[in-house]
Write a protein that binds this ligand. Structure first.
Ligand code: ADP
Ligand code: MG
Length: 246
């Protein structure tokens, strides 16, 4: 594919916490429309990698170019770029004292990207899209975990992001609620959204991802199409990992 549109370029990304070199030279391009699943053992730096992409972690080396701008340059206004990068966490981080609809409207209105009317209309559209139109006036406490995560996704989408980052979005959910969140993420992927998803859901990685990355020991040990990745793993660490999770 020669017409690939690179959205995020990660160049020799390094991150150390003290003497703990968590990321030790990660290089990869994330192109428009790609769905990149990131897998790896616990503590291997998956969250650190994801959080570095919007500078929630400040790299100790290397560069991250987002839409061509080096966001590791301290002169760059990171907040302007963060608006284009949605993030969904394991814990939903909804504001408990605001209704579902207020949660969704908050950021675009506060940042003056939309009028209240525009944000309200957008919120209604998103509530319909995530299948929860009747929850507009509910408070987060009244929702199931799966519903909360669908609202957290809607809230991120309200900013019209160019890319969505997911950090184990289903890991905190009761098993019966995992499917509804994965289904929504699959629909999002099919709509063309660029996504980077840290996940333990190998089924999702296999079926929805366009590329799978295996991170271990601070490096991308293997990356491939899901088909090849799961059928013909080459790296011994990956083989070992897959033997434990599949
Ligand atoms: P994963 O998401 O793959 O489980 P993390 O990125 O959360 O891994 O963590 C990778 C390593 O970095 C771990 O050893 C963890 O203890 C360390 N780490 C993560 N965040 C911090 C932090 N804020 N301060 C110090 N160490 C951290
Ligand atoms: Mg993590």
């Amino acid at each position: 594919m020669s017409d690939k549109n690179v959205l995020i370029q990660v160049k020799d990304l390094k991150k150390a916490f003290g003497t703990n070199q968590v990321l030790d030279g990660i290089t990869t391009d994330i192109c428009q429309g790609e769905v990149v699943a990131v897998i790896g053992p616990s503590g291997s730096g998956k969250s650190t990698f994801l959080r570095s992409l919007n500078l929630l972690e400040v790299p100790t080396g290397g560069q991250i170019l987002f839409e061509g701008t080096d966001i590791t340059d301290p002169k760059v206004d990171i907040n302007r770029h963060r608006q284009k990068i949605g993030m969904v966490f394991q814990q939903f981080n909804l504001f408990p004292h605001k209704t579902v609809k207020q949660n969704i409207m908050l950021a675009p209105v506060e940042l003056k990207l939309m009028t209240k009317d525009e944000a309200s209309k957008k919120a209604d559209e998103l509530l319909a899209r995530v299948g929860l139109p009747d929850k507009a006036n509910a408070y987060p406490d009244m929702l199931s975990g799966g519903q909360k995560q669908r609202i957290a996704i809607a809230r991120s989408l309200a900013m019209n992001p160019d890319v969505m980052l997911f950090d184990e979005p289903t890991s905190a959910l009761d098993p019966e609620m995992v499917g509804e969140v994965l289904e929504l993420m699959k629909e999002l992927a099919q709509s063309g959204m660029t996504m980077v998803v840290v996940t333990h859901e190998m089924g999702f990685a296999r079926e929805v991802a366009t590329r799978v990355l295996f991170i271990d020991d601070g490096k991308i040990q293997e990356e491939n199409t899901p088909k090849e990745f799961f059928a013909n793993p080459k790296n011994p660490r990956l083989k070992d990992f897959l033997s434990k999770v599949l």
